[in-house]
Ligand binder design. Structure first.
Ligand code: DX5
Ligand code: ZN
Length: 235
């Protein structure tokens, strides 16, 4: 079980202190959201910021590229210290070459999928990836509410992983708090990205510990359990 605070929810006025706070918290990965103002209607930060926080921690840097042209950013983020780079399946026919490019840079390979995109779109790539990131909000902004209708996609990914005997991580991102993290763990997620849900807590170390305890308990014997149908109704 991997807990990944998202730096997007940190106080940008004290970014280095916030990165150190994450490093001390016991979290496994630091999630870095890269937004280009085109693929999503928001802009976050670039390779220079990632390179600034890189020397502060040995955490695994999980770089989520919400960008229309990730091909021009892969090398800069690799140099800046990314450990994994994630591109979106919505980019269509470029995806295969992007995954190969990330691999050729010696980095872990991730593929992300937005809430409106059918989970079948990722199926052809499952053998090639280290992580499948299932967006549980529409990307672009932190602090949004978890979309419960995404849970069956997590469950489907879990079934494919088991059937094909693969080992990719199933990562959930968006609106993840103590409650929704446990709901995702129950259907097979094992990486929990949380911005507001973790950075918003005064004691980040205690919050990471609590989230870990909850997802471990929810995952026990869960297999690829069906999500509860009551949660699938629009609220
Ligand atoms: C959303 C980003 C998320 C974001 C999550 O576009 O991909 O990683 O940081 O933020 P919270 O946890 O606040 O929903
Ligand atoms: Zn993200």
């Amino acid at each position: 079980m991997i807990i990944a605070p998202s730096l997007l929810a940190a106080n940008f006025g004290r970014l280095t202190k916030e990165a150190q706070r994450a490093a001390r918290s016991g979290a496994d990965w630091l999630h870095l959201d890269i937004m280009d103002g085109h693929f999503v209607p928001n802009i976050s930060f670039g390779p220079a910021v990632v390179a600034t926080v890189r020397p502060l921690t040995r955490m695994f840097f999980d770089v989520h590229l919400m960008c229309s042209r990730p091909e021009i950013l892969l090398e800069p983020f690799a140099r800046a210290g990314a450990n994994q780079m994630i591109v979106h399946v919505e980019l269509g026919e470029q995806v295969t070459s992007l995954l190969w490019k990330i691999k050729s840079l010696g980095k872990k390979v991730g593929l992300a999928i937005n809430p409106p995109t059918a989970i079948g779109m990722v199926q052809p790539y499952l053998e090639q990836i280290d992580s499948l990131l299932i967006m549980t909000v529409n990307p672009g902004f932190g602090g949004q509410e978890f979309i419960h209708e995404t849970l069956p996609k997590v469950q489907q990914a879990c079934v494919w992983r088991r059937e094909k005997n693969l080992a990719f991580h199933i990562e959930v991102d968006g609106g993840i708090n103590f409650k929704t993290a446990a709901e995702c763990a129950r259907v097979g997620a094992d990486v929990f990205v949380s911005g507001t849900g973790l950075f918003g807590q005064r004691n980040l170390g205690a919050a990471v510990k609590k989230m870990r305890r909850l997802v471990e308990a929810a995952h026990l014997d869960a297999g690829c359990a069906q999500p509860p149908t009551s949660n699938l109704q629009p609220s």
